[in-house]
Design a protein around this ligand. Structure first.
Ligand code: HEC
Length: 138
């Protein structure tokens, strides 16, 4: 019975990882512990909050009003277009672009850069986790 309960718990934990590729799961776990440190009542990331972070406009690094959608578009299963360079950006949604959210280094690099572009500062662990849940859900 105890073993059974443990197995069920473990399944719950894995399911909670939200279908992330194995290579990203440890990054998500790190973000969770950081978020918990910043706020002891933290429970889990939330795709709905992530959507807000992704779609809302802010005065970015260059002083103009910009959002994540300015480059990635509103439909993450479609190509985006870089608002600065006009280059096409392949879809962010892992459902149509299997290479997305598979490389932690790449994800960290772009989150750092892109939060600066839009928020003119780095994202918090909570914000990064929320936005990754949102992208993963697409
Ligand atoms: C000025 C344009 C621009 C803005 C604004 C922007 N991005 Fe990006 N983003 C890029 C480019 C360019 C890449 C790298 C090219 C690629 O991966 O296709 C990228 C890559 C990413 C990746 C890497 C995904 C992967 O696994 O390959 C993530 C995650 C991401 N962006 C999230 C965001 C979030 C969250 C925001 C808002 C805070 C945002 N981006 C705003 C241009 C932008």
């Amino acid at each position: 019975m105890k073993k059974y309960t443990l197995a069920m718990l473990l399944c719950g934990v894995l399911a909670n990882a939200g279908g992330f590729s194995p290579s990203i799961q440890s990054y998500i776990a790190t973000l969770k512990s950081e978020a918990k440190q910043a706020n002891s009542s933290f429970v889990d990331f939330n795709a709905k909050r992530g959507e807000q972070i992704f779609t809302s406009k802010h005065i970015g690094k260059k002083g103009d009003s910009i959002s994540c959608t300015s480059c990635h578009g509103n439909n993450l299963t479609k190509n985006g277009q870089n608002a600065t360079t006009n280059k096409i950006i392949k879809p962010l949604a892992p459902s149509v672009n299997k290479s997305r959210l598979t490389d932690t280094k790449e994800v960290q690099k772009w989150l750092r850069r892109n939060f600066k572009d839009v928020y003119n500062r780095e994202g918090t662990a909570l914000e990064k986790g929320d936005v990754l849940y949102y992208i993963q859900s697409k």
